[in-house]
Write a protein that binds this ligand. Structure first.
Ligand SMILES: Nc1nc2c(ncn2[C@@H]2O[C@H](COP(=O)(O)OP(=O)(O)O)[C@@H](O)[C@H]2O)c(=O)[nH]1
Ligand SMILES: [Mg+2]
Length: 482
């Protein structure tokens, strides 16, 4: 459907916007954008693996915007041009009520303490809506509603399952788990023995009876205990490693609310038991995808306008080459499978799509300023496949190294350059990051010795100090505040 300029003007005046506004936004004219423009509503996903700094990033973004008078936001045009007005926290819109509300008030309160703290670690996806009141460049009072959603990385990796069959997922699991871990999983399943169906009713029994040998089934109490064991296994693996590609992702976070999920099977033979087990897991897999992954994808990911992807480069370097590969694969999965499952083509230009992706290396304040450029190079290298894919989809990609909440000060002394900070207990510490060297030969070994205590964010009048959060905010929503 093509619109002439005059019909376009007419439509715009009906929705209370002007042609110039639209041109200002620099958008393609999709119905998705019509909707968004009309309601001035921008949906942004903030994704990353556990510990990447998502909650900190969102809290800082809100704190900077709310405290724009005190904040240093020299790269945010709307702030420099004096066009920002009050920023309000809104109640979550109806379709987002199922998500945990992002506890921003509590997080901001933590920052106001004598010894300021980072937001506590969070597990469930959470959401917050804010309204940014501003004056347009033409002098009109306006308001932009920003919907931010914080996802555990594994929930995003999960969406890859939407395109996989159980057997494809199963083959993928052989790459995720080491031989020792596969043996451990196989031993868990080894406890399940086919028994004669006693005719008891109930969910797991009913499923077990899907087996070919229909009079045979796995005892339901055994099934319950095996699934509970696998859930513990997943959660402890994730907390040991910080998590990456573990799926079923929704089961990897403590206190999950998933009832039905699959376990991978690594040794399939021709026996009745093996066939029954495969049938059981396949049906559990399909059920998990249908009832847990799909609704989450449909309700919270599909409509995103923009995606921020946070990568903790320190942790990548700290955990060595294997970690780097895992993180790269996770990022590619997240971006490739999630953002563009709706084919983006001219024929299909009415479908919602992400037009901009921001990939940020977080915690840039923990390395010396001269290494920031290297940090950008490392994150660019980690996200190489993702960037390539994104570009083929017509979205723009931005890479930056940021610190949402800065803990360090930089000092140059006779003996060298240092970073100084306060520990959570208020003690003064001084350190030097191991120099990041050429991205082709990452200096993993020097990073392995690198472990800092918990440090305190530096806060002034409730607004955290930062590195390049203003650049990030400009990239995320600056064009919507014109
Ligand atoms: N120095 C520094 N540390 C940060 C920054 N952002 C996050 N962190 C650290 O990383 C931890 C995890 O951050 P969090 O936002 O909870 O990660 P999430 O799991 O992705 O939500 C925090 O507790 C901080 O210790 C930052 O900008 N600078
Ligand atoms: Mg979090």
């Amino acid at each position: 459907m093509k619109l002439s300029k005059s019909s376009l003007r007419r439509k715009l005046s009906q929705v209370g916007s002007s042609f110039d506004d639209l041109v200002d936004q620099g958008k393609s004219l999709t119905s998705h954008h019509w909707e968004r423009l009309r309601h001035q509503r921008l949906k942004v996903g903030v994704a990353g693996l556990s510990g990447a700094g998502k909650s900190t990033f969102i809290t800082s973004l809100i704190a900077q915007l709310r405290g724009f008078d005190e904040a240093t936001l020299t790269s945010l045009s709307a702030s420099v041009e004096g066009r920002l007005r009050a920023v309000e926290l809104l109640a979550l819109s109806k379709h987002r009520e199922v998500l945990t509300a992002f506890a921003v008030d509590q997080f901001l309160h933590e920052l106001d303490a004598d010894e300021p703290n980072f937001p506590p670690s969070t597990q469930q996806p959470s959401a917050i809506d804010i309204r940014i009141n501003y004056v347009s460049r033409k002098g009109k009072r306006k308001a932009l509603t920003l919907e931010l959603t914080d996802f555990p990385g594994e929930w995003l990796v999960d969406t890859a399952l939407l395109k996989m069959s159980y057997s494809e997922w199963n083959s993928w699991q052989t790459k995720i788990w080491s031989q020792t871990e596969q043996n451990e999983i196989t031993a868990m399943l080894g406890r399940l023995q086919l028994g004669v169906d006693t005719g008891t009713e109930g969910g797991s029994d009913a499923e077990a009876r899907h087996s070919e040998a229909s009079s045979l089934c796995f005892p339901s109490d055994e099934l319950l205990s095996v699934f509970a064991q696998y859930r513990n296994f997943l959660q402890s693996k994730r907390s040991e490693s910080g998590g990456t590609l573990y799926t079923p992702g929704q089961v990897t976070v403590p206190n999950d609310s998933v009832d039905v999920f699959p376990v991978p099977i690594f040794n399939v033979d021709d026996s009745d038991r093996s066939k029954a087990l495969l049938t059981l897991m396949e049906s559990r897999y399909n059920e998990y995808v249908k009832t847990s992954v799909k609704p989450f994808y449909e309700n919270h990911i599909k409509g995103l306008d923009r995606q921020v992807l946070l990568v903790d480069v320190q942790s990548v370097l700290h955990h060595g080459k294997k970690r780097k590969e895992e993180v790269s694969e996770a990022l590619a999965l997240i971006m490739g499978q999630v953002m563009f499952t709706e084919a983006h083509s001219l024929m299909n230009w009415l479908s919602p799509h992400v037009d901009k992706i921001m990939i940020y290396a977080t915690k840039a304040d923990l390395v010396l300023p001269e290494d920031h450029e290297e940090m950008r190079r490392v994150v660019q290298q980690v996200a190489q496949d993702t960037i390539r894919y994104t570009q083929t989809q017509g979205a723009s990609v931005h890479v930056e190294a940021v610190a949402a909440m800065r803990v360090t000060r930089y000092s140059r002394e006779e003996t060298g350059e240092f970073l100084t900070a306060r520990t959570a207990e208020g003690e003064f510490v001084r350190f030097q990051n191991p120099t990041l060297i050429g991205a082709d030969s990452l200096n993993y070994d020097s990073f392995k010795q690198y472990a800092l205590p918990q440090l305190q964010p530096r806060v002034k009048h409730g607004v955290p100090e930062h590195l390049r959060m203003d650049v990030a905010i400009e990239q995320i929503l600056g064009d919507w505040l014109r």
